[in-house]
Design a binder for this molecule. Structure first.
Ligand code: LMR
Length: 330
C-alpha cells in the first residue's frame, strides 16, 4: 500500500514537471548602458524591452542594466564582444579604440541641427559607418539620438574661447574631443561617465561638456556654477549587438527584433527632443547654475578655433566622409 502511494506520488511529480509550461525564455538579451533611466537612451531601452517581450510572446526576454550598474564605458563594448551582454548603446566616442571613423560625430560644429544629422545617418556614408562595427564582431542595429552638447565650468562664466584656457575638462574617450579642447587651450581629461559627478565635485576637473539630459539626470549642474548653451558638438549612440549571438537567433526572431528596434528608435528620437527641452527648464528652475546662450558672434569665435582641428583627422576619419557631412547641410 505504501509502495503504491509512493509510486502514485512519484508519477504525479513527473507528470507535473512535464505538464507545467516552462517560463524560461529561449533567449535573454542583457542590455547594459551607463545613463539614468529618465534619459532618451534609458527610456528607449525600457521601451525596447517591452516591445520585444510582448511581440515574441516571451521567447526573448530583455534585462536592462542602467547607470553603469553592470559595465561602464569601454568595458561594455568588450563585454559585448565576449557575449557577456548582448546589447549596448555606447556614444560614438566610446568606439574610438574599435572603430575610430565613428569619431566623425565628435567633430565640433559639423552638424547644424538634428535634421542635418538624421540626413547624414541615413546617407550611404552613415550606413557604411553602421556596418563598420562588423570587424569588431558587432552588429550595428541603429543610430540612437541624444543631442547637442553644452559646456559648463565651476568658477568662470563661458562666453569666448579664452574663458576656458587652462581649465581642465572631462571628456569621453575620443581623440577628436581631446583635440577640440586643446584647440582652445584647455586641458582635456578622459573619465568614465560614472565618475564625472565626483570629479566635478572634488575639483579633479573644472568643467565638462554633455547634453542637457545627461547634465540634469546626473546632477552635474549642482556642482557647476556656469552653464553655456553652446551646441558645439553632438552626442549620439550606436545600438549594437553581438554578431555571433545575432547569427544564432532564428530568422523570425531576428525580424521581430528588428521591427522592435525600428519602433524603439522612433520613440528614442522623440524622447531626445522632449527630454533635452524639458530638462533644460528644470535646470533653469533649480537656480543652481547661471545659464548663458552664446550670441552669434561668440559662437563664430568658438567655431573658428575648433574647426581648425578637422585636417588632423582626415586620415583617421576620411576627408571625403567629412565633406559628405558638410555637403548635407541645408
Ligand atoms: C558620456 O560618457 O558622457 C556619455 O557617453 C554618456 C552617454 O552614454 O550618454
Amino acid at each position: 500500500m505504501r509502495l503504491k502511494t509512493l509510486c502514485i506520488g512519484m508519477m504525479a511529480v513527473f507528470l507535473l514537471s512535464v505538464a507545467v509550461p516552462s517560463f524560461a525564455a529561449d533567449y535573454t538579451i542583457k542590455f547594459s548602458h551607463v545613463v539614468a533611466v529618465d534619459t532618451p537612451k534609458g527610456q528607449a531601452a525600457n521601451k525596447f524591452k517591452k516591445l520585444v517581450e510582448k511581440r515574441t510572446d516571451g521567447r526573448v526576454m530583455v534585462e536592462v542594466y542602467p547607470n553603469a550598474s553592470l559595465y561602464s564605458d569601454r568595458e561594455a563594448i568588450e563585454a559585448l564582444q565576449m557575449n557577456s551582454i548582448q546589447m549596448a548603446c555606447p556614444s560614438f566616442s566610446k568606439f574610438t579604440g574599435f572603430v575610430p571613423e565613428l569619431q566623425i560625430f565628435d567633430l565640433p560644429f559639423l552638424f547644424e541641427d538634428r535634421d542635418h544629422l538624421y540626413k547624414f545617418m541615413d546617407s550611404s556614408v552613415g550606413q557604411e559607418l553602421l556596418n563598420m562595427v562588423k570587424k569588431q564582431n558587432l552588429k550595428g542595429l541603429a543610430y540612437w539620438d541624444n543631442g547637442f552638447k553644452q559646456i559648463s565650468l565651476k568658477d568662470t562664466p563661458i562666453r569666448v574661447p579664452e574663458d576656458v584656457a587652462g581649465k581642465k575638462f572631462r571628456i569621453m574617450s575620443s581623440k577628436v574631443l581631446e583635440a577640440q579642447f586643446k584647440a582652445v587651450d584647455a586641458s582635456p581629461q578622459v573619465l568614465p561617465f560614472s565618475e564625472v559627478y565626483s570629479a566635478l565635485q572634488q575639483g579633479v576637473v573644472d568643467g565638462q561638456e554633455n547634453t542637457i539630459s545627461n547634465i540634469y539626470t546626473k546632477k552635474f549642474h549642482e556642482v557647476q556654477n556656469y552653464l553655456t548653451l553652446s551646441n558645439h558638438g553632438y552626442l549620439g549612440y550606436m545600438l549594437v549587438t553581438n554578431q555571433m549571438f545575432w547569427n544564432k537567433l532564428p530568422s523570425d526572431l531576428q525580424d521581430t527584433i528588428l521591427e522592435c528596434v525600428e519602433d524603439a528608435t522612433k520613440y528614442e528620437r522623440k524622447k531626445a527632443k522632449e527630454l533635452n527641452m524639458s530638462q533644460l527648464e528644470k535646470i533653469r528652475d533649480s537656480g543652481e547654475v547661471e545659464i548663458h546662450e552664446l550670441t552669434d558672434k561668440e559662437r563664430q569665435a568658438w567655431q573658428k578655433e575648433m574647426q581648425e582641428i578637422y585636417p588632423e583627422f582626415y586620415d583617421v576619419i576620411g576627408e571625403q566622409r567629412i565633406q559628405k557631412a558638410l555637403d548635407l547641410a541645408e
